[in-house]
Design a binder for this molecule. Structure first.
Ligand SMILES: Nc1ncnc2c1ncn2[C@@H]1O[C@H](COP(=O)(O)OP(=O)(O)OP(=O)(O)O)[C@@H](O)[C@H]1O
Ligand SMILES: [Mg+2]
Length: 375
């Protein structure tokens, strides 16, 4: 550990009016901080491709408070300012959420509280559950089995679900389903993109995989979701092109083999390029689920669900869009059709989304889908 700088505390004397103690620093009288509430923020920057730190885990709050005092005693604090860690994780930032009194100096008597900022960064905005995923009934059924395994891992014995694979066309709801599962699970979920697991240096990728699984086992019951698996699960013929990938594949295979039946860790991999996945990796997954494009009924359900959430009403019957949207994914319907229609309607200062606006957008999309020339 580095040696702490001198705190700069000069004199401690009771203040004249309130009885609060003050400390003289650089000849200015500053009251002592009675209570300091911090939130963990993270690093000022990171190398491209390095994963975002998931937040701090504090096992002993008293010990943390003591550790914090060790380095920030003598620091004048005020709301919103940043304090940087100097010992365990140098340059990791904390932000002052609250200081009492508002501008005061940290002393050995300050009560320090950490409000961890650790939210599941992979689950943005609106809360979703499996009920928000339209269609994909067999996948949802399997997800429910995983949920009951996670609730009581010992119940399944050697028949425990260990690893499942989601594959299918882009925008069909693979990531959405994993997030929905995460939300419904009373378990932790660790979502990582395979490309983030490949490091910049030789050995990084293997280490990242091991630490990901090590943390998952500690947090169990836990789901490890590896999105865009094709980026690391590359078939061997491609691994020779990307040498850095093979070490990650080896580490992943090792981890998949290691996971005990009652470890409480379930792996979900997702890809839209199944043929690119290494056969050895594929065989480690108990089952693979195809995410098909939605059928007519499901398209109607998806449109109904998202139009309810639009801030402007639509002035036509959604059934009329069913035949026009054959081959569209859930993402196409939501982000390319409805979102675009909303934006156009707003830009035209209209108050209702019209059939004409929507059909024009669909026609435009269809044109883009079929190339203007043949090779
Ligand atoms: N079956 C569905 N039910 C409800 N919404 C859906 C469905 N499929 C797609 N969507 C909508 O489309 C968005 C994109 O889907 P998602 O990101 O899950 O696709 P993906 O299969 O992971 O695609 P990719 O292979 O490109 O990663 C979802 O956030 C959701 O809004
Ligand atoms: Mg996805």
């Amino acid at each position: 550990m580095k040696k702490r700088k001198e705190s700069g505390i000069d004199v401690v004397a009771p203040s004249r009016d309130t009885g609060t103690k003050t400390v003289k620093k650089h000849n200015l009288e500053v009251p002592e901080t009675k209570e300091l509430v911090l939130s963990d923020i993270g690093y000022p920057f990171r190398m491209k491709g390095d994963p975002k730190p998931a937040g701090l885990e504090v096992d002993n709050e008293e010990l943390f408070a003591d550790y914090a005092k060790e380095q920030w005693t003598g620091t004048v604090v005020r709301k919103d300012m940043y304090l940087f860690d100097r010992y365990i994780i140098p340059d990791f930032a904390f932000q002052v959420l609250h200081a009492d009194p508002p501008e005061s100096i940290v002393t050995r008597k300050t009560k320090i509280i950490l409000k961890s900022n650790k939210t599941d960064s992979a689950i943005p905005g609106r809360i979703i559950g499996l009920g928000d995923v339209i269609g994909h009934e067999t996948v949802k059924q399997k997800c429910r089995i995983i949920l009951s395994y996670l609730a009581d891992p010992s119940r399944f014995g050697e028949w425990a679900p260990r690893a499942i694979l989601f594959h299918g066309a882009p925008g069909t709801g693979k990531t959405l389903t994993a997030r929905a599962l995460a939300h419904e699970a009373d378990a932790s979920i660790m979502i990582s993109k395979a490309s983030d697991l490949i490091g910049t240096h030789v050995g990084d990728g293997g280490r990242r995989i091991s630490s990901l699984f090590e943390e998952a086992r500690k947090k169990a019951p836990c789901i490890v979701f590896i999105d865009e698996l094709d980026a690391i699960g590359l078939a061997r013929s491609f691994q020779s092109i990307r040498g850095d990938v093979s070490e990650v594949v080896t580490a992943l295979l090792g981890e998949l083999d290691q996971s005990d039946e009652d470890s409480g860790v379930v792996v979900i991999g997702a890809t839209n390029a199944l043929p690119l996945i290494d056969a050895a990796i594929k065989s480690r997954f108990d089952s693979a689920f195809v995410f098909q494009l939605p059928n007519a009924e499901e398209r109607l359900e998806i449109l109904k669900m998202y139009t309810k959430r639009l801030p402007l009403p639509i002035n036509f019957d959604l059934h009329s869009l069913i035949n026009l949207t054959d081959g569209f994914s859930g993402r196409d319907l939501r982000d390319k059709v409805l979102k675009e229609a909303l934006h156009q309607t707003i830009s035209e200062d209209a108050t209702e989304i019209s059939f004409e606006t929507v059909t024009n957008i669909i026609k435009g999309l269809e044109k883009r889908k079929s190339p203007a020339y043949m090779v």
